[in-house]
Design a protein around this ligand. Structure first.
Ligand SMILES: Nc1ncnc2c1ncn2[C@@H]1O[C@H](COP(=O)(O)OP(=O)(O)OP(=O)(O)O)[C@@H](O)[C@H]1O
Length: 272
């Protein structure tokens, strides 16, 4: 397992208003494992990723990217290394042609036109939208617009990719596509950090889960470790994935994360 820290978060606290701490002295590291940040509404997840992206500055504590304090870097410098897809694509999209939108980020961080176009086309292909390259993003439905927003960050080829609720508004096909994108990024050695409320998707896709509640980390571990802790999840108003819950209530001691895992287990048992 690769454990080289990419981002080191030390004693990180943040307040929007004096005296109202939203994040309270967080300490953790992010490495190449795909990581889901989970927690109830208002827990501080978006605030945390905005800090990682340099859009907000810590009230106290620090964030190091590959050994360098990110407060010493401008948002523009950090953009070459850390990309973020916003929850609402309308906060991100402003060009009136899909291809121009996806090329915008790469050009902005200094890629030449040819490379930016190549990256944009590859990214659009990855999210299944290549044939819509000449469309106006605002003529597309929300699910496609979200995929355009994802493609525009993929095209920037950053080391870290942060996704805020990528599966909202996606049907089965869209979710499968996003799962494939995340796995491919992981295989390429990128660090994918995702805020997400869909526990079934987390169990199926991510290696690590960090549970945030009231500005602190309640538990941080492999998804299997985290989803085994029903009591801690309850404190954060979270549920186990459906198959995990089902197997627990059927009396299994094992933690199953996906139906395929459970089916495999049953088949082995039948063979034995
Ligand atoms: N710009 C802001 N100014 C003041 N308070 C804010 C601001 N943005 C968020 N907050 C508050 O900070 C707290 C944490 O919000 P945040 O959006 O980080 O939570 P979250 O875990 O991402 O929630 P959700 O799952 O609903 O997106 C909330 O109480 C929220 O109201």
């Amino acid at each position: 397992m690769d454990q080289n820290p990419i981002l080191k978060i030390k004693d990180l606290s943040f307040s929007y208003q004096k005296g109202e701490e939203i994040l309270k002295g967080l300490n953790f590291e992010l490495d190449e494992r795909s990581t889901a940040i989970i927690g109830q509404n208002g827990a501080g997840k978006t605030t945390l990723v905005k800090l990682l992206k340099g859009l907000l500055r810590p009230t106290s504590g620090s964030i190091d990217f590959e050994g360098k304090d990110i407060t010493a870097m401008t948002v523009a410098q950090l953009a070459k290394h850390i990309g973020m897809v916003f929850q609402n694509p309308n906060d991100q999209i402003f060009k009136n042609r899909v291809l121009d939108e996806v090329m915008f980020g790469p050009l902005k961080i200094g890629m030449d036109e040819t490379k930016a176009k190549q990256k944009a086309m590859e990214s659009l292909e990855q999210v299944g939208l290549l044939e819509l390259a000449d469309e106006n993003p605002y003529d597309l439905g929300l699910s496609s617009r979200k995929l355009v927003a994802i493609a525009s960050i993929l095209a920037m080829d950053t080391k870290v990719i942060i996704l805020d609720e990528p599966t909202i508004a996606q049907d089965y096909h869209g979710k499968e596509l996003i799962k494939t994108v995340i796995r491919k990024l992981r295989a390429e050695g990128k660090t994918v950090i995702t805020i997400i409320h869909d526990m079934d998707f987390v169990a199926d896709t991510f290696e690590r889960a960090i549970v945030v509640a009231h500005g602190t980390i309640l538990i941080d571990g492999t998804t299997r470790e985290v989803f085994a802790k029903e009591d801690i999840l309850r404190q954060a108003n979270l549920e186990q994935p459906n198959v995990t819950k089902l197997c627990r209530s059927l009396g299994y001691d094992e933690i199953f994360l996906t139906t395929d895992e459970f089916i495999g287990y049953q088949k082995e048992k039948l063979k034995a």
